[in-house]
Design a protein around this ligand. Structure first.
Ligand SMILES: [Zn+2]
Length: 323
């Protein structure tokens, strides 16, 4: 269905949209919030985000159909993650990618005991480097879920891998000590179903750790609709702290920790937000990698305090207290 709301938006005819209700409270009353675009890759299209009149959750509505969203997750996106040769900057690039996994580990290790009896499931695991890092360091048992076709990556076969939609997988229930979702939930077409699925596969007392971009953050205030967290149409929900916590509680989880940061580098949002505002769409990592690291060096003193500045991300740790 093509909504009348989209009449002023520039979209190819072939895009199909569906009108939906609020993910959190199911209300069908909403107001316009912003017009988002795919600034990162520069793909065409304009997408509407609305704010629920009842609970204030911000979400994409109407949204592009599930069949059509797949073309936005193309080879370019995956190629970047697999690329290894960045010339003289290769060591710095690798260090940055490893640091991302180490920062995820730091958050997880604070809340879960990690040893050879621990079972961790990473939803949206991509090429699996975070899981492999945990396995190497703590000998934990690792499982992952993602959409991947023909993926070859070193040691990927060490992961118990499930391919496809998370909530459609047949995974043993009451099994995992931890389920992690690093930048998965803001892409999800049915966040409640995913959270419920995570609850099923977790043991009682097990923890779910979720990181998403934070709408009520400094970088959103700076960049508005050019905020990298908009990333339309892939991002289905733009969570602020209230909406994020409410959703976890509604799904029967006990929220034990809320962090105004994540493992994802806040600096990426600062750099790309400025880029989208000033230079425009399409961030070519091959071309910008030098200024990227230079900017990071300049901002280092600020980034030391990123955990306290509410720059861009948020993470919740929740416990499964019931079956
Ligand atoms: Zn609502």
């Amino acid at each position: 269905m093509n909504s009348p709301f989209l009449k002023d938006f520039k979209n190819p005819e072939r895009y199909q949209f569906e009108v939906i209700n609020c993910y959190s409270c199911n209300s069908d009353k909403y107001s316009f919030f912003l017009k988002g675009e795919e600034d990162l890759t520069g793909k065409e299209g304009e997408f509407q985000y609305v704010k629920c009149d009842n609970c204030e959750m911000v979400y994409q509505n109407p949204r592009i159909s599930l069949d059509q969203i797949k073309e936005f997750y193309d080879g370019e996106y995956i190629a970047h993650r697999k690329k290894k040769n960045w010339g003289v900057l290769t060591p710095l690039y690798e260090w940055t990618m490893n640091k991302h996994d180490r920062d995820k580990e730091k958050i997880v290790a604070k809340h879960i005991e990690l040893n050879n009896q621990t079972e961790v499931l990473d939803v949206g695991c991509a090429v699996g480097t975070f899981l492999l890092h945990l396995n190497k360091k703590y000998d934990v048992k690792i499982s992952g879920v993602d959409f991947k076709e023909g993926l070859e990556y070193p040691d990927f076969d060490k992961i118990e891998f499930y391919e496809g939609l998370f909530y459609e997988q047949e995974i043993e229930e009451n099994r995992y000590d931890a389920v992690t979702m690093w930048h998965f939930l803001e892409h999800c077409y049915d966040p409640n179903k995913s959270i419920q699925k995570a609850k099923k596969v977790l043991k009682k007392g097990g923890k779910i750790i979720i990181e998403v971009p934070r709408l009520d953050s400094l970088t959103y205030r700076l960049f508005g609709r050019k905020w990298p967290g908009v990333q339309a149409p892939q991002h289905t929900v733009l969570y602020d702290k209230k909406a994020f916590i409410t959703m976890m509680k509604k799904n029967g989880f006990k929220v034990t920790t809320y962090l105004p940061y994540g493992a994802f580098p806040a600096y990426f949002y600062i750099f790309s937000g400025f880029y989208f505002r000033i230079l425009g769409k399409k961030l070519n990592l091959n071309r910008i990698i030098f200024p990227y690291f230079l900017g990071q060096l300049i901002l280092t003193p600020i980034l030391w305090f990123q955990k306290y500045l509410n720059l861009s991300m948020q993470t919740v740790v929740c416990e499964k207290i019931e079956n």
